[in-house]
Design a binder for this molecule. Sequence first.
Ligand SMILES: [Zn+2]
Length: 60
Amino acid sequence: MSQSQKRKTGKKIHTYYDISGEKLVRRLKKCPRCGVFMAFHKVNKTRWSCGKCSYTEYVS
Ligand SMILES: [Zn+2]
């Protein structure tokens, strides 16, 4: 059975939502440089980062 693998992924997602909160995850930020949606990171420092031009904005 591959249920243990499925559970691992599910737990990760659950943890992510727990920390960020649904509202924060949904409210996507747009990059001020190129206008694409930015990715939200919570590891080490809370920040938004653009995958296109690598613009990073730190959240205090
Ligand atoms: Zn950008």
